[in-house]
Design a protein around this ligand. Structure first.
Ligand SMILES: [Zn+2]
Ligand SMILES: [Zn+2]
Length: 359
């Protein structure tokens, strides 16, 4: 791979690889198919526009109208968040001197404290970006950039989910859940009626296909969404969840825990009234995570094995994005732990980077 230009330039040029945009196009095609089926085979027929107003079933027409309004409002929000997930940079390490690897680190120089360090006590750094890493920051090899509070790299949005676009991602899941369940429940009557009456086969096929597809996606996205609610409540990113799984650590032990309300504010923004809208984002810097609210854990200097597990957890998190698994890769937690323990001695020079999951 040619590594030219700064990490910023490499990140901005990520759309050059067409094959990696295919999952995004796949998601878009799902949205288009479900939109066409719902609006043109269910919503608009309910309005009965082809018959005189006096002959219409008014209750059905009203239901169709409100269903179309709700569906379009939610779909607009969904698409806004989808675009936000793709185009908003998740945040990277600032260019200020205290993060530069080769800057003079004299005793008087400004240095932000971090919880996460190497086992020697030195600051973590990224060998690709040539910068010191803030807490919760990891390098993503797909984005070619260090990502602030990296959650995971998501191939479906061709972007990392990190500090600055996490709310877009969370709301994308929320609006998708609402839309999918809405389609499943409201379109069931139309589909059921079509199976009992004489309608063209293509009409019946598309309705059943849409209903089945929406049901399948509703289950999948709901499970994923509930997982992310749980993670947010526990003040964990997906990478940190994988780290704790590998170490068999307590999921309540996050050193970044600020309590339920504080943890939600870290992702959804400071104003609870605006949590469910794609406005009002967290106003912090994304580099400082420890303050008087957080509970400092006693194990602030992880061992070499723990560092290795951390690197492999980043790897595992990259594969956690809705079933994207790399071919021939390690598939069980036990495999990953075994490799972590056997490779611990060489871990400090090893990868501390997020390895991409190849579609
Ligand atoms: Zn980096
Ligand atoms: Zn990434």
């Amino acid at each position: 791979m040619n590594r030219i230009g700064s990490p910023h330039e490499q990140y901005e040029s990520r759309f050059g690889e067409l094959s990696k945009v295919l999952p995004v196009l796949f998601v878009l095609s799902l949205v288009v198919v479900l939109y066409i089926v719902f609006v043109f085979l269910h919503g608009i027929p309910l309005l009965q526009l082809d018959i005189p107003e006096s002959s219409r079933n008014q209750a059905q027409a009203n239901a169709g109208f409100w269903q179309l309004v709700v569906f379009h409002a939610d779909t607009l929000l969904l698409m806004y968040c989808f675009i936000g997930c793709i185009v908003v940079h998740p945040g990277t390490i600032p260019d200020t001197p205290e993060w530069q690897l080769n800057q003079d680190q004299s005793p008087g120089a400004k240095r932000l404290s971090t919880v996460e360090t190497k086992h020697t006590g030195e600051r973590r750094h990224c060998k690709w970006c040539m910068k010191y890493k803030p807490d919760r920051c990891h390098h993503c090899r797909v984005c070619n950039s260090c990502i602030l509070r990296m959650d995971h790299h998501c191939p479906w949005i061709y972007n990392c989910v990190g500090y600055r676009n996490h709310k877009y991602f969370f709301l994308l899941l929320l609006y998708s859940c609402i839309d999918l369940h809405f389609i499943v429940f409201t379109m069931y009557g139309t589909t059921d009626h079509a199976t009992k009456t004489d309608v063209p086969f293509s009409f019946l096929f598309l309705l059943i296909f849409g209903e089945t597809l929406a049901s399948f996606l509703a289950v999948l996205v709901t499970v994923f969404f509930l997982f992310h609610i749980w993670l947010m409540n526990k003040a964990m990113s997906t990478i940190e969840f994988c780290e704790k799984s590998l170490k068999k650590a307590d999921y309540d032990s996050s050193v970044y825990n600020k309590g339920c309300y504080g943890n939600l504010c870290e992702v959804m923004g400071p104003n609870p009234l605006l949590w469910l809208l794609p406005i009002s984002f967290p106003d912090g810097s994304g580099v400082q995570w420890v303050d008087e609210q957080t509970r400092l854990a006693s194990t602030s200097s992880p061992s070499a094995t723990q560092r290795r597990i951390s690197a492999l957890a980043t790897d595992a998190a990259a594969r956690t994005s809705l079933g994207f698994t790399g071919g021939g890769s390690k598939t069980t937690v036990e495999d990953i732990i075994t490799e972590a323990e056997s490779g611990a001695e060489s871990s400090q020079a090893g990868r501390s980077d997020a390895k991409p999951s190849e579609p």
